[in-house]
Design a protein around this ligand. Sequence first.
Ligand SMILES: *[C@@H]1O[C@H](CO)[C@@H](O)[C@H](O)[C@H]1NC(C)=O
Length: 313
Amino acid sequence: MEVLSNLSVVSEFVFVGLSNAWEIQLFLFLFSSVFYVASLMGNLLIVLTVTSDPHLQTPMYFLLANLSIMDLIFCSSTAPKMIYDLLRKHKTISFGGCIVQIFFTHAVGGTEMVLLITMAFDRYIAICKPLHYLTIMSPRRCIIFLVTSWVIGLIHSVTQLVFVVDLPFCGPNELDSFVCDLPRFVKLACTETYTLEFMVTANSGFISVASFLILIISYIFILATVQKKSSGGISKALSTLSAHVTVVVLFFGPLIFFYVWPFPTSHLDKFLAIFNSVITPFLNPVIYTFRNKEMKVAMRKLCTQVINYSKIS
Ligand SMILES: *[C@@H]1O[C@H](CO)[C@@H](O)[C@H](O)[C@H]1NC(C)=O
């Protein structure tokens, strides 16, 4: 080990990206910029709407606004650098920058997974135990759920990082991607990394698959309960739940593919990295709000207020 640490000479990594063809780089640049800006605006709009409208001061909207805050942090931890890099010929990132990116994506990603489970639980209580909704989802409990998701996200991220921050890097420093992802990063270390690669993949794979299964099972459970109770409630429950299920599938699909799919795929991985960093954070607000009447009314109200305000001043 002593000898190896002397070899730790790599201080920056080079993103090889997708292709050197400038047309493709330009296309990816425009595509990512548009979706990044749309994600920022969409999620900011949700946070502003929920905090400013007294009708939306309910647990469901609090959780939704908190999910938007996570999305804002998530896309801002990788997208700006990725977009800037798409214009550069020589795409580099420092060792520290790479660690910071990995830390944020895993911490926020892990937190979002637990938050999505909390949102499913919230819907379960609202649909299946409506009379106890406000006592079960009390403000204090909401905060506890929120803090718990942060703690789980942080633990997940830190347990990933403790194993990799001390790795010696001495050899090739080319990351075949646009962002620092853990499996590729670990592969570059100049030591025997097989066990470590397995561990980081298993850690992320486990948290993704476990959360995904918990979510799908809880949605099935909600539907089964609704169907037993009344035949009229099912269509309303279905419309609420289909939004949730869509977000869950889009959120976990790429992740599970990335960590669990056993065969190496060179290009798809990189598209998934782009998808994950700019499209998923954009879809959450679109899916949750486009079909939600209360939210649309509140947004219109907010717009009118802003326009009136700017007329006066
Ligand atoms: C996030 O959730 C907490 C707890 O429910 C709530 O107090 C807070 O207002 C939420 N944040 C936003 C931006 O709505």
